[in-house]
Write a protein of this length. Structure first.
Length: 131
């Protein structure tokens, strides 16, 4: 049932001709329980996403002191840029550094951020949204 809702969200977003980053931002806005995420990760969340990444120059730094809508937007951009830098590094050499084993240490520091968001969305997947 929740996947049908997600399909509807994606379909409506496609009609608006949004970018993949906008899709991710909308999914985070509609499915991430931001307050729960902060509470579950209260001892650690402010240390996540606050470093520059050598393999991903386009990934913004997250300022956790700003408002929720800003943080959601920056999270979407950061996650998408990390994904692109890994997937497309060999295709677009000017845009992304080639991802290699030297970058694993940096990437490992991003995993708790992405994993925590994914777990939160999965836990809250049954939340019904109105479109």
């Amino acid at each position: 049932e929740s996947f049908k809702i997600l399909d509807k969200v994606v379909y409506k977003l496609r009609l608006k001709k949004l970018t993949e980053t906008n899709y991710l931002e909308n999914i985070l806005t509609n499915f991430l329980d931001y307050e729960e995420y902060r509470n579950v990760n209260k001892d650690n969340y402010q240390n996540l996403g606050v470093r520059k990444l050598s393999f991903c120059k386009g990934a913004p730094i997250i300022d956790w002191n700003l408002d929720k809508s800003y943080i959601i937007k920056v999270l979407a951009i950061r996650i998408y840029q990390i994904r692109c830098s890994i997937v497309h590094s060999k295709e677009f050499k000017g845009s992304y550094d080639i991802f290699n084993k030297n970058h694993y240490t940096e990437l490992e520091k991003e995993i708790p951020l992405i994993k925590g968001i994914a777990e939160n969305i999965i836990r809250n997947k049954y939340q019904v949204i109105k479109l």
